[in-house]
Ligand binder design. Structure first.
Ligand code: ADP
Ligand code: MG
Length: 338
């Protein structure tokens, strides 16, 4: 399990309509572990504060209950640790480690999609903790129902306690986040600049922070004040590329995330259905949303022949006509990609 990031606290988490319910639930869990909501399941898009909230729960609970053992781990790390323990025949060590904590914070659970053995292990961990009245907090990029390639018994357990979502911040919340962050950097951020950034960077808080960091660095390097014209100039490129340019890489990232897999898997020579369908979808979107030619798309998917690309695109095009789930997935991805 990883250490908690000291920067992720409740008191520097800015709340707004999109996240205040999740925030309140997280606080309740930190104050009364295993008594308020168990498990607490938080889901939402990338960069919207899920990890921040999980760490904040850890910090706050540690303050309230210093004797508690609190463990934070990502789905990916959980998987890797389990694989290692299996390899070295140390499963009992692994089990003890996770079944003796008072609070387990497990992040990015979608990573366990399709990993049967890891899910099985997590299922037992979950049961052991829940039965002995220990708190489990789970973060995911999507709600339990949409966790494809998950065992039903796990999905249903995820809904035993409270399921909350985090939605993208509205303009006011974005401005408040920027002001708070500027304050932390001991910088004053004029309101018009904050509004400019908030209005032009889309929904992701991490990107919002990135824009501000860039602006602060740029101004300090050039020894100038932070003003609107400066911000417009310095962030032009940042904002332009973010709004307009959709790359095959961006598509691959979005698709991989949507299906809880890694980008590398989209490029492998693996023809299991679990991988083929997301790959076909990614190719389809690459054709639709970029200028890339078929051979170019093939190259970016691990060197596929252009006829394979063509076939994939045709397949999705045909299937989306009668497959509502697929149609929905496609439009969701298109929306994410802008
Ligand atoms: P997620 O886990 O949902 O992808 P993170 O928790 O990693 O997102 O958040 C991305 C960045 O944005 C972090 O630096 C986090 O501190 C910051 N952040 C997100 N939401 C907020 C918020 N409401 N207030 C302050 N900072 C936030
Ligand atoms: Mg996260």
């Amino acid at each position: 399990a990883a250490l908690l990031n000291p920067r992720y606290q409740f008191d520097n988490f800015v709340t707004g309509p999109g996240n205040q319910f999740a925030y309140a639930a997280a606080q309740a869990v930190a104050e009364r572990p295993a008594k308020a909501y168990n498990p607490l399941f938080v889901y939402g898009g990338v960069g919207l504060g899920k990890t921040h909230l999980m760490h904040a729960i850890g910090h706050q609970a540690k303050l309230r209950y210093p004797q508690y053992s609190i463990s934070y781990i990502s789905g990916e790390k959980f998987t890797n640790e389990m694989i290692n323990m299996v390899r070295y025949e140390k499963m009992s060590t692994f089990r003890d480690k996770f079944r003796t904590v008072d609070i387990l914070l497990i992040d990015d659970i979608q990573f366990l999609a399709g990993k049967e053995r890891t899910q099985e292990e997590f299922f037992h961990t979950f049961n052991a903790l829940h039965e002995s009245n220990k708190q489990v907090v789970i973060a995911s990029d999507r709600p339990p129902k949409e966790l494809n390639d998950f065992e039903e018994r796990l999905r249903s357990r995820f809904e035993w306690g409270l399921v909350v979502d985090v939605q993208p911040p509205d303009l006011e919340t974005k401005v408040a986040i920027l002001q708070r962050k500027a304050e932390a950097e001991q910088t004053t951020l004029p309101t018009d600049v904050a509004l400019f950034i908030a209005g032009n960077v889309r929904t992701n808080v991490r990107e919002l922070e990135g824009a501000l960091t860039r602006l602060i660095a740029w101004c300090s390097m050039h020894g100038v004040e932070i003003t609107l014209p400066t911000a417009q100039m310095c962030l032009k490129q940042f904002i332009d590329t973010q709004v307009r340019k959709i790359t095959i890489e961006a598509i691959q990232r979005a698709v991989a995330e949507q299906f809880g897999m890694r980008v590398a898997e989209l490029k492998q020579k693996n023809n299991s259905r679990q991988i083929v369908v997301p790959r076909q979808i990614a190719m389809y979107l690459a054709k639709q949303m970029t200028e890339a030619s078929l051979p170019e798309i093939g190259r970016q998917f691990g060197g596929k022949h252009h006829t394979t690309v063509m076939h994939s695109i045709a397949k999705i095009d045909e299937q989306k006509r009668h497959d509502k789930d697929l149609a929905r997935t496609l439009s969701k991805l298109q929306e994410i990609l802008g």
